[in-house]
Design a protein around this ligand. Sequence first.
Ligand code: ZN
Length: 232
Amino acid sequence: MTETALVLFSGGQDSATCLAWALDRFDHVETLGFDYGQRHRVELECRAAFRDGIVARYPAWAPKLGDDHTLKLDALAAVSDTALTSETEIAMREDGLPNTFVPGRNLIFLTFAAALAYRRGLRHIVTGVCETDFSGYPDCRDDTIKALQVALNLGMEKRFVLHTPLMWIDKAATWRMAERLGGKPLVDMIVADTHTCYLGDRTHRHAWGFGCGTCPACTLRNKGWMEYQAHG
Ligand code: ZN
């Protein structure tokens, strides 16, 4: 039986690792990115570079890598007023959530992903959400994803399987997973061709990749890289 998957692929470190995880495991893998008026479109631009790198360097994975899809979700910007979609500065809100929080964003992403997977005949849906570094995003929680899997399967009369390979691991372990899946070349590709910085900075290059180096996303990526370098 051919196992087919759709990976939610933003162009960041986590989703790039998930793409490698899916290519290692499934027979046919398509990718999905969302364009929702991000202030920084750089993540979306990193997607093509990373996919091209996979095709060039991983002959076993290249034939499995299928179509790339981009869905425009302009409505999401209309219900958010955060640092990702406007000129508001990144800050922590009083309830401990960053103001980059878009309520229910992952629920919306996964629902659209399931609708696309339905149309494309894909069974497995892979997302890089994580409870370990989850910044308080309630829609990244394991229980949320499990509940949504049930809802999607009931609502679409399907047997989708939602996969969250990073759910219980930290950023250092995410680097280790990439190394295990694709060796040092994959780690190098993730460093060079993925983007995490909230400020969209592609001018400052660090050992762990491009970014401002000080925003919460850069801080987390730097911390994980340092731990990965220290302990392998
Ligand atoms: Zn940054």
